[in-house]
Design a protein around this ligand. Structure first.
Ligand code: SF4
Length: 242
């Protein structure tokens, strides 16, 4: 069973009284595989309502150090937290282990939210409900994480694993005869066991450069995932290069 943001199934629960219809989510709902929730309505907010953004990281909002504020300055942190915990309660009651939530929402966003300035600027982060569901062990996916292949949608855990695996792969060259071949940087680790320490160190540096410069991974944990090195190793090598 999935928890799905109600607006993704055509419910007019958005702050402006509209919806964010997503046909794949609606199909899951029609097949009886989903329970719909709108955390902001569950927390007691009316529809329509003023748009809200988080003025701090979601962790700080959940810990009471940050606030969810409307564009008129109204503090709706309590309603956001109430709605998130009601959603968690529903998820537990129906045994949902996956949630598909509306990207970018201060409640439902899974990968990004707006930065609290009401200027349309997006930053990496999660909404309050997404954060709490994930913290409690529920897999969260945004509507934007879903791809066209319905099979992937139905098997979201498998899809997520596949997505993580693909992130480690680097297409060698768009034009070359090896067009369909990929590098998996993590395979280099197994090959390094016989190398002298200095050579091993250089190979690790090269792998980090490939992950950063060619594959575009910026965060230390992403580079670690792409290379198979530990976060500590990556951090240490990056520090040395500074
Ligand atoms: S709180 Fe979530 S479900 Fe409700 S309107 Fe916003 S994005 Fe949709």
């Amino acid at each position: 069973m999935y928890i799905i943001s109600a607006c993704l199934c055509g419910v007019n629960c958005k702050y402006n009284g509209k919806d964010n219809l997503n046909e794949r989510c609606l199909k899951l709902f029609k097949e009886g595989k989903a329970v719909l929730v709108c955390p902001e309505q569950l927390g007691g907010l009316p529809t329509p309502r003023n748009p809200v953004e988080l003025n701090s990281s979601v962790q700080e909002v959940v810990e009471g150090k940050g606030r969810a504020l409307s564009n008129s300055g109204e503090d709706v942190t309590k309603q956001f937290l109430d709605g998130a915990y009601e959603t968690l309660k529903i998820a537990n009651q129906v045994g949902a282990t996956n949630a598909i939530l509306k990207e970018g929402s201060p409640s439902c966003g899974c990968n990004f939210v707006y930065d609290g300035t009401f200027t349309g600027n997006k930053i990496k982060g999660k909404g309050v409900t997404a954060y709490i569901l994930e913290k409690e062990g529920i897999n969260i996916f945004s509507d934007e994480d879903l791809e066209v292949d319905n099979n992937k949608l139905v098997y979201l855990n498998e899809y997520d694993r596949e997505k993580a695996r693909k992130r480690k792969l680097f297409r060698q060259s768009e034009q070359s005869e090896y067009e369909e071949e990929y590098f998996d940087l993590t395979e280099n680790i197994a090959d390094m066991s016989e190398l002298p320490p200095r050579v091993e160190e250089n190979v690790k540096k090269l792998m980090i450069s490939l992950a950063h410069d060619l594959m575009g991974f910026e965060e230390v944990d992403e580079i670690a995932e792409a290379t198979g090195l530990s976060i500590e190793e990556v951090q240490e090598i990056l520090n040395e290069d500074e």
